[in-house]
Each structure stands twice: as C-alpha cells, then as structure tokens.
Design a protein around this ligand. Structure first.
Ligand code: PLP
Length: 410
C-alpha cells in the first residue's frame, strides 16, 4: 500500500486567487459593459528587452551547429552567468561573493521551496506575517509546522512575526529561539523595505542563536533609496548566517523564461545533532547535483545579457515604468485620503482599508464601485487583515484610469 506524505493533509487550501477570479468572472458576466482593471497581478507585463532577445536568438542558432551545440550544462549554472552575477550584483556593491557560491536555477519559488531539503525537520521556523505563502507551505509539507489552529488561523509550531503599520513594517526579533528565519525585502506583499541597521539586528540574532536567515530579495531591482541594501551581504557578518534568493523574474521580465539564483556562502554552517559544523554550500551543491539538471543554455545566455550595457539600460526603463505606475497608485490613493505604504522601492502598494471594513469587503467595494481588482491582505496571513495590495505591473493607461476612477469617485 502506497502511503502518502501526510504533512500534505496539514496544508490549508489557498482560495485567494481562485476566489478573486471567481468574483471577477461573476461581476463581468453580470456587467458585460464595464471595463474591469486588474491591479492584483504579481506578474510582469512588459516584453523581454531587445538585448536579451538578441542573446537568446544567438544561443538558439549555436545549438544548431556542431561547435555550438550544448547538452547538459553544469547543474550550478554556466560559468559565464555565475561570473556576470558576481561582478554585477555583488562586486559592484563592494561585496565579495565567489562564483561557486552562486547556484543558478529556474526560479526563486523553487529555490525557496527546495532549500528546506537541507534542514532538519525539528528546526523552528519564523516567518513574517503577512507573507509570500511559499515559505510557509513548503515547511508545512516537510513537517515543520505543527497543527493548524482553526481559531487563530495559524500553525502551532510556526513563529509568526507581524509586519504591520504598528511596528512600521519592521519585524521584531522573536522572543523564543528560532532556527530558520524567512525575510523578504523589498517585501511582498507590503512593498516595504528594511535598512542596514534593521538587518544588522537579524544578523546578530542569527549569529547568537546559530540560526539561518533565508533572505528573499526577488524585488531588489525596484529599490530607489540610497540607504536601502539590495543584498543582505551589504551588511557585515551576513555571509556567516544568510542564504540569499534572487530572481530575473521581476528584474528582467523572466517570469515566463525562468531564471533565478541562490547564494550560499561557504562561510555559512549548519550543525549535526552532535554539533559538528557542516558547510551549507556543500549540502546545497549536493542537493542541486542530485535533483537538478540546470537551466537551459539559451535562457542563461539571456540572463547574462541582462548585465551588458544595453541590457542594463533597457531593463532600467522597464523597472522605471513599473515604479512610475507605483507612484501614480500611491499618490492617487493618498489624494483620496487612503493611508498607503510601499510603492517607493517596490512594485507593490499596500493600503489600509477604511476603518470597520475587512480586506474582502474592500475588495468587493473596489470591484463594484470602481471596477478595479486588487488582492485582499488577509490572503497573505492573519496580520494582512485590514490591508489591501495593488500592483504596479499593469499598463500605464490602466493605472492612470484606475486612479482617476477612485479620485473622481466614479
Ligand atoms: N519571491 C517572492 C517574494 C515573490 O513574490 C515571487 C514571485 O512572485 C518569487 C519569489 C518567485 O520568483 P520566481 O519567478 O523566480 O520563481
């Protein structure tokens, strides 16, 4: 008899995006004449930039020649890409990362999910709340969560770190000892950031408690303010305690192409039950070589082109386009009296729903009154209740029109 991994029975169904889709479909069916503007999506909409397309075309042509053909590539990624990452994402910011500390992958979602393989089941996990759901669900699947508490809407064995307006979206250090800490900045869904001083606190905590920080900086390209770190390794001591996840998805529109990378510094150690130090870089390398056969050559050549002069300029244009949308949303909402967070170093705008309303009630109102779709904050965790996420990934025209509708109370 085949037995299942019963941890999966402990997962809570996420109805967030399916409920949104259902509500929108029902509304459009009843009101076919209304133009619904979708500002709920977390996917990019701008096409891949010409420099990347050119590099990929060239790589495709190479595949049809005897000299240029490539079969399996290195599981960790081609040297040309690892080198470009080291030079452009790290060295340029004064950070020393070595090429064999970079592992190229097909997405930060997979990386954030797969990383749990190298950690023991009895580690205590801390997540910020609200949160990108992948961190939580992958730990539920691997048996670290404890039981679901129906009344509180939380798992018994997970340490939830609220990030709300009350603490200025800065998670407080846990009162108890935790081993795996998920931090994501610029944050999805709140769009808020942490400065070096705040990150330093976490690095010190992790050092004292021999914990690991799993730092997701998938949105670093949207940082506009000088004092905000793009990488956790900009903060002293981070290489001893942190793994960093990066992605080309939001940076360069690779959500469909698929390319990302993880940094696992060689200084970073985990421990056996007997307290022996083990290199996490070695473990992750072993895991990668066993379970992964690398990202396609063509896509890696495309990712490399993100770092050429033209690529950088073209990508910056797209990022600025989204950032301008975020500004339009932020200012538009403020003009109508909403309290708004994020949207400055992030494509996400997080707003406080009017007093006395739930996130879902606000969703309904926005859809029915203004024909605008966003994402209810409560879908990202209990401390997301009372908030709402709008994204800057729509078109300029739709973004402007959405704000005009709200401002003119149409
Ligand atoms: N991390 C965060 C915080 C995200 O919001 C997303 C996607 O929305 C990802 C990772 C996934 O990135 P990728 O497309 O590289 O899998």
């Amino acid at each position: 008899m085949i037995k299942i991994n019963e941890n999966f029975m402990n997962l809570q169904d996420s109805y967030l995006f399916s409920t949104i889709a259902k509500k929108v479909a029902e509304y459009t069916e009843k009101n076919p004449d209304k133009k619904v503007i979708k500002l709920g999506i977390g996917d990019v909409t701008r096409p891949i930039v010409p420099a990347v397309i050119r590099a990929m075309k060239k790589a495709v042509e190479e595949q049809g020649t005897q000299e240029g053909f490539r079969g399996y590539g290195p599981e960790q990624g081609y040297d040309f890409l690892r080198k470009a990452i080291v030079e452009n994402d790290y060295k340029s910011r004064g950070i020393e990362i070595e090429e064999d500390e970079i592992f190229v992958s097909d997405g930060a979602k997979c990386d954030c999910g797969n990383i749990v393989d190298i950690f023991a089941q009895d580690n205590k996990v801390a997540i910020t709340d609200p949160v990108y759901p992948v961190y939580l669900d992958t730990n539920v699947m691997s048996g670290r969560s404890g039981k679901w508490d129906e009344d509180k809407n939380i798992y018994e064995n997970i340490v939830y770190l609220p990030v709300t307006a009350q603490n200025d979206f800065k998670p407080e250090l846990p009162k108890e000892k935790v081993d795996m800490i998920y931090l994501c900045f610029p944050n999805n869904p709140t769009g808020t950031v942490l400065d070096k001083k705040e990150l330093k606190k976490w690095i010190e905590y992790a050092k004292e408690n021999k914990a690991v920080i799993l730092y997701d900086s998938a949105y670093e390209a949207f940082i506009t303010e000088e004092n905000i770190p793009h990488s956790i390794y900009e903060v002293e001591g981070a290489k001893e305690v942190a793994i960093e996840f990066r992605s080309f998805s939001k940076t360069a529109g690779f959500t469909g192409l698929r390319c990302a990378y993880v940094v696992v510094p060689k200084k970073l150690k985990g421990y056996t039950k007997k307290q022996e130090e083990i290199s996490l870089n070695k473990l992750w390398n072993r895991r990668t070589c066993t379970k992964f056969n690398g990202v396609s050559y063509v896509v890696q050549r495309g990712a490399e082109a993100v770092y050429c002069k033209e690529g950088k300029e073209q990508i910056k244009e797209n990022i600025n386009y989204y950032l301008e949308n975020a500004k339009i949303i932020k200012e538009g909402l403020e003009k109508s009296g909403y309290t708004v967070y994020g949207g400055k170093n992030s494509p996400y705008v997080w707003l406080k729903v009017p007093e006395g309303m739930t996130s879902w009630e606000f969703f309904d109102e926005l859809l029915e009154k203004y024909n605008i779709v966003g994402t209810p904050g409560s879908g990202f965790g209990p401390h997301g209740e009372g908030y709402f996420r709008l994204t800057a990934f729509g078109t300029r025209e739709n973004t402007i029109e959405a704000m005009e509708r709200i401002n003119n109370k149409y």
